[in-house]
Design a protein around this ligand. Sequence first.
Ligand code: HEC
Length: 140
Amino acid sequence: MRRYILSALVLLTITTMIYSCQSAEQIKQDMYFANGRDLYVKRCQNCHGQKAEGLANLIPPLTDARYLKKNKNKLACIIKNGLNEKIIVNNREFSEKMPAQSDLNDIDIAQIIVYLTNSNGSKQGMYNTEAVTADLKKCK
Ligand code: HEC
């Protein structure tokens, strides 16, 4: 009997550990999302719009979930160094210049990416600072 109680307790502890570990990861993602949203308002909204809808043929929307997924490893470079090339977003062509924001550090960029890729129809989960640091080493 005692052995059963003991194994039930062990099982319960393990389950609790796994559960709290998952929610710690979720809490971290939620924090990144909230900070990313604040940074978006300060640094991006002027151009890309309150609902990330973009502006006519000048500024692309940030609502193309497929674009964001396909170019996920390039987002850090786009945010940090700006962009100046012809791109297709939501089946439309854009070619105006986006300025660099080189004062943003890796954690800011990770938070912005978590916000962008988990709003406006995207649900891509966590993106951490280490991934941003690695992405930035590969900018063209
Ligand atoms: C001064 C206006 C301006 C600001 C500020 C700006 N962008 Fe952009 N953004 C642009 C333009 C213009 C393009 C298209 C660039 C091109 O075609 O080369 C673009 C393209 C992009 C793209 C790739 C295409 C897309 O729509 O998915 C992403 C991602 C992006 N911007 C994210 C951001 C984020 C995040 C911020 C804030 C940190 C930001 N931008 C700030 C003007 C701006």
